[in-house]
Design a protein around this ligand. Structure first.
Ligand SMILES: [Cu+2]
Length: 313
């Protein structure tokens, strides 16, 4: 069964994954047995009762109580097993343990933000402790998204103006992929994140130091890192290529034409405004799809990004 599991499903790395898989295999194996049994019976009967001569008369059979009870009761039992099993699993999946560690998740087109109790915000990188229940409280800043970690067998829609939640307990120190599984526009397929599972001590160390390691970095270097960490590079290239947004190359002090015809020089204030209030001015020829980074990037980080953009001449 283990081999079969590995062949058909991603590795099971949460406390609930195994029971979800067990139910999946039960339904699968039962269906295969029924499929084979029914197919064999159809072939056998059509051979056995084939028309042999012109005198063959089809017998008239009105009903057979024993047979009818059997074919009603067996499926009923199977369906009740699946219902009971599935329902207990579902209750377990929607009821987070009381001591669960909480993390806020915000879905934006097209990235995931993770907000920790310390105020630290990471983009597309979820950090969690091993062997401890984690509860995610999720909402969207724009359209419908859906949060999915196949290795943990958990998935939940993420909606604007409403919280949804999901919990899991990771059982292995490893990394797993997080997907958005609700088609949400142009860069939907880039809406990927990684779940990093740490030991309890490593997690605490990470949480304490998260963000503060940036303090002694060269601003332009920090800016370059922030552009990757905040997924700006999903939409902005640094080499002149046009992606969903304009390239950062040659942006510094360039003249940009807005949709309303206004011409703006890309100085500190313009870049800062573009990051905090992306919809205040929209570049001509582009769509207003950039998410606001107000609340997730502080002044020092914005300055660092500006320093980095200055280096891309
Ligand atoms: Cu999405």
């Amino acid at each position: 069964m283990n081999r079969l599991t590995e062949f058909m499903l991603p590795p099971a790395k949460s406390t609930t994954a195994e029971s979800t898989d067990a139910l999946f295999h039960f339904i699968n194996v039962t269906s295969i047995i029924l499929l084979l049994g029914i197919t064999v019976a159809i072939i056998y009967f059509s051979w056995k009762y084939r028309r042999r001569s012109d005198d063959d008369v089809t017998p008239v059979i009105a009903h057979n109580s024993k047979l009818e009870i059997t074919w009603s009761v067996i499926p009923l039992i199977l369906v009740m097993i699946v219902f009971g099993w599935g329902f207990t699993g579902y209750i377990n999946l929607i009821t987070p343990p009381d001591d669960a560690y909480e993390i806020r998740v915000v879905g934006k087109s097209w990235l995931w933000e993770f907000h920790y109790e310390t105020g630290h915000v990471s983009v597309n990188e979820l950090h969690v402790p091993v062997n401890r229940p984690v509860k995610l409280i999720m909402s969207s800043d724009d359209v419908l998204h859906s949060f999915y970690i196949p290795d943990y067998r958990v998935k939940m829609d993420v909606l604007p103006n409403r919280y949804t939640s999901l919990w899991f307990e990771a059982t292995e120190i490893s990394e797993s992929v997080i997907y958005c599984t609700e088609y949400c526009g142009t860069a939907h397929s880039n809406m990927l994140a990684t779940a990093h599972v740490h030991s309890q001590e490593d997690f605490e160390t990470w949480l304490e130091s998260a963000g503060s390691a940036d303090d002694d970095m060269d601003p332009a270097e920090l800016g370059e890192q922030l552009v990757t960490r905040n997924a700006c590079n999903t939409c902005h290239s640094s080499d002149g290529t046009r992606l969903i947004g304009p390239t950062f190359q040659g942006l510094w002090m360039a003249e940009r034409t807005m949709q309303d015809g206004e011409v703006v020089v890309a100085d500190e204030n313009y870049i800062r405004e573009s990051i905090l209030e992306p919809n205040a001015r929209i570049n001509e020829g582009y769509d207003p799809v950039m998410p606001s980074y107000a609340g997730s990037l502080n002044d020092r980080q914005i300055d660092a990004i500006i320093e980095y953009i200055k280096t891309l001449q």
